[in-house]
Design a protein around this ligand. Structure first.
Ligand code: SF4
Length: 362
């Protein structure tokens, strides 16, 4: 019998992680020091929909700007959104702010996974990750990468995203936790690392996997069949037309209401319908509109396609004419600022890319 056959799932994983895991991440405590729950929490929220390499510079900027939960709780929402600008999924930033204020009101950080889960924006997996890393709680993290590992380990036939799969994997994950609670921080990081770097969605690198010996999908040469995809329904497309007004180096933006899609961020006015073609527009005295590209952005439930049209109004009358074609009903939400200033404020990721590319061309 080989040595590895005698080791448990968690022991194999911990041995592998010592050499191959993503060790020494900025929120990991130094040897002998306790983990900082605030930093672990911020990192987990940022990693929810963002890859490690992308989130790292944002993480450094965020904790430099808001070094403690109190600093965050005292911040204006616009400051927090600005620090988050470019990361996307802005509900995460608003939830972080709301949760920091709840923590300040409570007077102490949450300790257990169930206490963390009571905060806005903290789901069961995130709560388990934080509590296991900061308090050695034997709670099983189950982010998307980890779910994929266990779905392959047991050849789970329940479709991805289903409640049945979630229930089954919770049991499987819990059964593989280390018996010793002190190993939980390293184990949680290790299983997340395995999913992120070895058990990859398309081509898992099973030859480097420390738990290949217990993997049913590997044994059956069926890694491509698991996880079983969710029932796919076509994601609808929503067509929009955005208006980019420019005048003497300043661009017109609208600040969204705090709630809803892109709440609190700056966006462009949206036209009610496709704009008139230039020639017809000039005949009718309408300010000219020039197509400058299209933004395509996938939301969870639909794909947004926004054709962007530039206008250079010469008078307040021109602005009013242009805005009369828009869906905006609150003129006080409009701000005229430079593109550089807009980039410092909260902009949705696709608009941010547009502002950067158009600003570069000018
Ligand atoms: S053996 Fe391959 S499919 Fe199975 S858990 Fe390891 S990397 Fe994933």
């Amino acid at each position: 019998m080989s040595v590895s056959a005698e080791l448990s799932f968690s022991e194999l994983l911990l041995r592998w992680a010592a050499d191959h895991g993503r060790n020494a991440l900025p929120w990991h405590p130094r040897a002998g020091e306790p983990a900082d729950p605030y930093r672990v929490w911020v990192s987990e929220i940022m990693l929810q929909q963002t890859q490690l390499s992308t989130m790292l510079p944002y993480y450094h900027r965020f904790v430099a700007r808001f070094p403690s939960v109190r600093d965050l709780a005292l911040a204006q929402e616009s400051e927090v959104l600005a620090a988050w600008s470019g990361l996307g999924y802005y509900a995460r930033a608003r939830n972080l702010l709301a949760a920091s204020r709840a923590i300040e009101r409570a007077g102490c950080m949450p300790r257990s996974a169930s206490e963390w889960e009571a905060l806005p924006g903290v789901g069961a997996s995130t709560a388990a990750a934080i509590a296991s890393v900061t308090r050695c709680e034997r709670a099983a993290v189950l982010d998307g990468n980890v779910r994929r590992v266990f779905a392959r380990q047991v050849c789970a036939t329940e479709p991805w995203g289903s409640a049945a799969l979630a229930r089954r994997l919770q049991v499987e994950a819990q059964a593989r936790l280390p018996l010793e609670a002190r190993q939980m921080p390293a184990y949680t990081q290790a299983i997340m690392d395995l999913g992120a770097t070895v058990c990859l969605p398309r081509r898992p690198v099973c030859s480097r996997c420390p738990v290949a010996g217990s993997c049913l999908a590997f044994a059956r040469e069926q890694t491509g069949r698991f996880p079983v995809p969710a029932d796919k329904r076509a994601r609808p497309t929503r067509q929009a037309w955005w208006l980019l007004m420019q005048h003497e180096g300043q661009w017109a933006f609208l600040r969204r209401p705090p709630q809803g899609l892109w709440g609190g961020l700056l966006t462009l006015p949206e036209l009610a319908s496709a704009p008139p073609r230039s020639l017809e527009a000039r005949r009718s005295g309408h300010p000219d509109l020039q197509s400058v590209g299209e933004i395509v952005h996938d939301f969870t439930h639909f794909t947004l396609k926004a054709a962007v049209f530039r206008a250079q109004p010469q008078s307040q009358q021109d602005v009013q004419t242009l805005m009369s074609d828009s869906l905006a009903d609150d003129p006080s939400a409009m701000v005229w600022i430079t593109p550089e200033r807009a980039l410092q404020e909260g902009l949705p990721a696709p608009l941010r890319r547009l502002v950067v590319s158009l600003g570069r061309d000018e």
